[in-house]
Design a protein around this ligand. Sequence first.
Ligand SMILES: Nc1nc2c(c(=O)[nH]1)N[C@H]1C(S)=C(S)[C@@H](COP(=O)(O)OP(=O)(O)OC[C@H]3O[C@@H](n4cnc5c(N)ncnc54)[C@H](O)[C@@H]3O)O[C@H]1N2
Ligand code: MOO
Ligand code: MG
Length: 398
Amino acid sequence: MSSMKSVDDHLSDILRTVRVLAPLEVELERALGTTLAEEVTAPVALPPFDNSAMDGYAVRAEDVADAPVTLPVIDDIAAGDGRLQAIGPGMVMRIMTGAPLPAGADAVVPVEWTDGGTAQVAIGRPVREGNAIRRSGEDVRAGDVVLPAGTPIGPAQLGVLAGLGRRRVLVRPRPRVVVISTGAELVEPGLPLGAGQIWESNSFALVAAVREAGGEGYRAGIVGDDAAGFLDQLDAQLLRADLVITSGGVSMGAYEPVKEALGPLGTVRFERVAMQPGMPQGFGVVGEDQIPIFALPGNPVSSFVSFVLFVRPALRKMGGLPEEPTPTVRALTTGPLHSPEGRRSYLRGVLGPGGTVGPVSRQGSHQLAALASANALIVVPEDVTELPEGTDVEVIPL
Ligand SMILES: Nc1nc2c(c(=O)[nH]1)N[C@H]1C(S)=C(S)[C@@H](COP(=O)(O)OP(=O)(O)OC[C@H]3O[C@@H](n4cnc5c(N)ncnc54)[C@H](O)[C@@H]3O)O[C@H]1N2
Ligand code: MOO
Ligand SMILES: [Mg+2]
């Protein structure tokens, strides 16, 4: 039996091969979930001008120091009022939240502290200088770097970009990922099953996982166990792909179209990775543009686990995010665990309350429903075959 490649070596080969995607200018509406490819500075201060934090009256604090006092209201300032207003000693203006502070005013009295008058107003208590005023530049000064390149764009970052007047922004685009399923036994869900057939599920799970990982996933349908047909489909799909995932056809059978088609190219290596599930799989590049391709095993749990361990980090890198190990937590096992010698196991488990984790009862790599009942993968190292209940283990939350 040929020797196996470690999970860590396989991942580092992958990360060495995939490249960060070229920056692309996109509309703000399309930037959520991407990574900034430019440094964003503020063209103006935020707030751009001194303004009121409350609905009330713009005053000179010294004029209301002996409150209660009654003072004349010389004008109203609404938010958006562009007039350059000013007040003199002994005068006030009615002002709304967000409206520009008139020159000469140094405090705002909230309407709750007054009788709400419009021609004149009775002010019930004094205010400190600066009360309820939001100063220009208090959030951001003009020229400040607000978002450095490499920032992941979430809702708050998107909001601040709009708040800085941006309509378009330079980002690392979402990787476009095409998923091709292979297998003569596969039928589109929704169509009737014939003898010996099963409904195709891997591409649905993988496309969903791609989307969750920040990529744009497309199903390229099912190709049978025919290497030439697979290559035709691959050629057609490469036009719209930054990355390709195939499922099935990589093991030791008589009909392994992916291995048969890609093996001879010399740019895709088929390995036995020392893991369970997911041992047989390939990785490399295809086409003129050297598009990365993951040839994942057909067993549904195997392709899913391989996605988590290998494809997700590759998508992160392509999308401009820093490399980081797959996030894990520690937990105590609620039952004994078994694992094959020489392969790192990723047992399907349930993370419970209080930092415990238990394996689900069905651990076969074809048992997709068991995966769906799990919320974690329990990592058992290569050299460990049995673990008693109560062992502290590493867990990948799903
Ligand atoms: N003699 C050996 N046989 C197998 C070995 C081995 O080392 N020696 N490895 C086993 C392991 S481990 C795995 S994993 C699988 C990998 O198989 P393939 O990648 O060649 O995939 P297929 O043969 O096409 O399918 C395997 C299994 O998965 C089902 N499948 C495939 N695609 C889908 C899909 N899109 N949706 C749902 N189910 C799918 C398929 O029907 C098969 O049952 O090889 C073992 N064999
Ligand atoms: O390695 Mo296979 O993924 O066990 O079923
Ligand atoms: Mg096979």
